[in-house]
Design a protein around this ligand. Structure first.
Ligand code: FBP
Ligand code: MG
Ligand code: MG
Length: 330
């Protein structure tokens, strides 16, 4: 089944309205364009630094900028969209009144290219997006976006790996589509993705170990003790350093992904961005039967204080996320 047909059926079943269907369709089109840009690699002159920085204080890669422009252009005629917010832009950008419906009811947020450090080494990167309802009136403000993750009406990511895949939820399960490159359409390849409750695989950047809180040191310390330790099983480890790729693996075969608080990012509240990374992934993971947490609170219940807020992240197999939370509570 194509993504187009899937979205139409979701509309017929009352899961989404025509405006949200259009919004997701436009994002999927943009992801196809980003997939083509990423795929050009060294031949297309798209690798390397852009020579600019973003609001996060991070150096931008050419593909960060290209991907952001593709998403902004695709949604330039907003229709149903009141505005957009991006990891790469300082503030929310309104869709001009003459380019949208008077009663525009959605807000789009995105991390246009996740895993930027992997671009130049030809390792999977991705796009993460989230759709929130718009309830404001008058001029669009950053504050209109400050809604907890539970308010999301759709979330997804597109991974640009050996194959390009779009993984989507509209609050009724998580579904994976693979891009048929010849035909140019996304085809439903895994309906109702389900994350195993238990796992023997964890994902974390171990080089930060000495900067972690004692609770995290204890949790990972016990994972590493394996069969003879308190967890009584051996664990394997993976770390791609593209959140999209790490989460995709967890949606496929289970695991726990964590980016905990550490001394280097404590003043910012964490490394990963709540609105562009943590919340959309949390909704996808919960809809696939997994769990997502800050270590101390359900991720989707966090009320954002600002657009670029950062948070610690633990997500994946339900029982393992609960185990990690237990270490952080005790
Ligand atoms: O180098 P680190 O600290 O392990 O960072 C990896 C993490 O940072 C990120 O790359 C941040 O994403 P961006 O590329 O969008 O900035 C995540 O995808 C990933 O989980
Ligand atoms: Mg990212
Ligand atoms: Mg990014």
């Amino acid at each position: 089944m194509s993504l187009t047909r899937f979205l139409l059926e979701a509309q017929h079943q009352g899961q989404i309205d025509a405006e949200l269907r259009l919004c997701i369709t436009v994002v999927a089109q943009a992801c196809k364009a980003i997939s083509i840009a990423v795929g050009k690699g060294a031949l297309g002159g798209v690798l390397g630094d852009a020579g600019t920085g973003n609001i996060q204080g991070e150096a931008q890669k050419k593909l960060d900028v290209i991907s952001n422009e593709i998403l902004m252009d695709a949604n330039a005629w907003g229709g149903h969209l009141a505005g957009m917010a991006s990891e790469e832009m300082d503030h929310a950008v309104p869709v001009p009144k003459h380019d949208r419906d008077d009663d525009a009811k959605y807000l789009l947020l995105f991390d246009p290219l996740d895993g930027s450090s992997n671009i130049d080494v030809n390792i999977s990167v991705g796009t993460i997006f989230s759709v929130l309802p718009y309830q404001g009136s008058g001029e669009l403000r950053d504050e209109d976006f400050l809604q907890p993750g539970t308010a999301q009406v759709a979330a997804g990511y597109c991974t640009y790996g050996p194959s390009t895949m779009l993984v989507l939820t509209v609050g009724h399960g998580t579904h994976a589509f693979t891009l048929d490159r010849e035909v140019g359409s996304f085809v439903l390849t895994t309906p109702n993705v389900t994350i195993p409750e238990d796992t023997r695989e964890f994902a974390v950047n171990m080089s930060n170990q000495r900067f972690w809180e004692p609770q995290m040191q204890n949790y990972v310390g016990d994972l590493l003790k394996g069969k003879t330790g308190p967890r009584e099983k051996d664990f394997n480890m993976r770390w791609v350093a593209s959140m999209v790729a790490d989460v995709h693996r967890i949606l496929t075969r289970g695991g726990i992904f964590s980016y905990p608080l550490d001394e280097k990012c404590a003043d910012k509240g964490g490394k990963l961005r709540l609105m562009y990374e943590a919340n959309p992934m949390a909704l996808l993971v919960e809809q696939a039967g997994g769990a997502a947490s800050t270590g101390r609170q359900r991720m989707l219940d966090v009320t954002p204080a600002n657009l670029h807020q950062r948070v610690p992240v633990f997500l994946g197999s339900r029982n393992e996320v609960e185990a990690a939370e237990k270490y952080h509570r005790d």
